[in-house]
Design a protein around this ligand. Structure first.
Ligand SMILES: [Zn+2]
Length: 495
């Protein structure tokens, strides 16, 4: 039965520098013996003197460990992939040129050299055959633009700076907020209130003063994207919203530049490389954005602080491989990461011939209005319509005053139970927005009902729903519990 044995990096020098070897075998034991027949040097590394697999070598058939199958006698049907997974501590590997290198970076690298300090700084790179002097000079010649100095931009920027990417561009217009510190490790507590760009650039310069850091303190837009992108070799997308994501994708495809993509939500992340020649783009994967409000942002849905660290590092890794021209990138593959189950899965991505920006009959030859494309203005108009009629709103100070006057008011909190645990307005009743239709009988239409949530959006929807259900005495607390904390009771924690 023909099976493929994947050779791990540390063992390739004993296997004719191959990364995979085909053998014919009916069991795992036969496969290993057949491998050793071809490459005798492997024997001492794989087997003990008694012919047993060494304890630091694990063998997998497809994604299953043979220890949980029938060990060495695990039968093979043919076409399986056998992986040999040795435990490694550091370790070195044999050189193996693979993916096509970015030719312009390689050319530019020929003009450069490293100083004595740089040689010392990058010494752990210089002794890896896949990087070595040539690779380090490519890193020095490379110009990488990271979009956003937030959750993904933090690890990305820091590792790319440390690795010696010669020109590192950063685009950000935001200010460091206290709630950013849980994950945006490029910023310190003392940076709260400072522009993110300023804080990030200072940190990057601290990590590596040898590199050139270029800041763009602006909101990336259809007007400036092509102009900003044109001087960079690789664009790394660390944004957290759909309009910018489509903008980055389209600008990269139009300019023919790789787009290293990452996204995060709660415990899950995704990464890929778009915009490579003959490989799919973000629009091939998702031709259209989800309607606004359907996919909550990290601010609304939360994110595990470590997650952007993991996904951002994967993006940094892909970026470095693109520069070095080494290994296999995620082009054509979507990597899915589940931090709770600690599982990585992979989906094959295909180029969509109908893709409007990279397909065979392109309809998109220039950047468009991405806010419009993602339905943002339409959504804002709807939200305004829901919340502006002032007779349907009450502000926090007025509510407090009326409560102090002993007016009978039913305070309806439509947030989620875990938000209710963080803070609440005294004597409020919790019915999460999603449960409201099934629990509407708990409300009395004769009462004056004041609905609130975190900042007023969900409760506006709740008020709208109640009015449509025949409730006439319903008001929305303007600005939600955040406004209550600001204007009435500062002891109520904000989140
Ligand atoms: Zn496409």
């Amino acid at each position: 039965m023909p099976v493929k044995i994947l050779i791990p990096t540390p063992l390739r020098s004993y296997a004719g520098k191959k990364d995979a070897i085909e053998v014919s075998a009916k069991t795992v034991d036969e496969a290993i013996k057949s491998l050793i027949d071809q490459h005798a040097e492997l024997k001492a590394h794989l087997l003990t003197e008694n012919g047993k697999l060494r304890s630091f070598i694990n063998v997998y058939v497809n994604d299953e460990d043979i220890r949980y199958l029938q060990k060495e006698s695990t039968p093979l049907q043919g076409n399986e992939t056998i992986s040999i997974i040795p435990s490694i501590a550091g370790g070195s590997a044999a050189a193996k040129p693979l993916a096509p290198v970015s030719q312009s970076i390689a050319e530019a690298a020929k003009q450069l050299s490293l100083s004595k300090e740089e040689i010392l700084r990058y010494s752990r790179h210089l002794i890896i055959p896949e990087v070595a002097m040539e690779g380090q000079l490519r890193l020095k010649a490379a110009r990488v633009l990271t979009i956003g100095a937030g959750g993904l931009g933090a690890p990305l920027g820091m590792y790319l700076a440390a690795a010696g990417v010669g020109t590192l561009g950063v685009v950000d217009f935001d200010v460091v907020d206290f709630t950013n510190l849980q994950r945006q490790v490029i910023h310190s507590t003392r940076d709260v209130g400072r522009p993110k760009l300023e804080s990030a650039m200072e940190r990057l310069k601290g990590i590596n003063p040898e590199i050139n850091i270029v800041g763009f303190e602006t909101r990336l837009s259809s007007q400036n994207a092509l102009e900003i992108f044109k001087d960079f070799d690789i664009i790394v997308d660390g944004t957290d919203n759909f309009p910018t994501r489509y903008l980055v994708n389209d600008a990269c495809v139009l300019l023919g530049k790789p787009n290293v993509y990452g996204s995060i939500f709660r415990f899950e992340g995704q990464a890929s490389v778009f915009g490579m020649p003959d490989a799919p783009c973000y629009r091939c994967l998702y031709p259209e954005p989800p309607p606004p409000g359907l996919v909550p942002s990290c601010a609304e849905g939360g994110v595990l602080g470590i997650l952007p660290g993991i996904i951002g590092c994967i993006q940094a890794n892909e970026t470095i491989k693109l520069i070095l021209g080494q290994g296999e990138t995620l082009a054509g593959r979507l990597l899915l990461f589940d931090a709770l189950r600690m599982k990585f899965r992979e989906l094959k991505l295909r180029k969509d011939p109908e893709c409007p920006v990279c397909g065979t009959h392109r309809t998109l030859h220039q950047l468009i209005d991405y806010e419009q494309f993602c339905g943002i203005p339409q959504q804002q108009a709807k939200e305004k319509e829901m919340s502006t009629s002032s007779e349907h709103e009450i502000d926090a100070v007025t509510l407090k005053h009326q409560l102090d006057q002993n007016e009978k008011i039913f305070i309806l909190d439509v947030r989620e139970p875990h938000e209710f645990q963080i803070c609440r307005i005294p004597n409020s009743h919790l019915i999460p927005l999603g449960d409201l239709p099934s629990r509407i009988s708990e409300l009395n239409s004769a009462d004056l009902i004041v609905a609130h949530c975190k900042s007023g959006m969900r409760s506006a929807k709740a008020c709208d729903f109640l009015r449509k259900s025949g409730f006439t005495r319903v008001k929305n607390l303007k600005g939600g519990i955040l406004a209550w904390s600001d204007q009435v009771d500062p002891s109520v924690p904000k989140y």
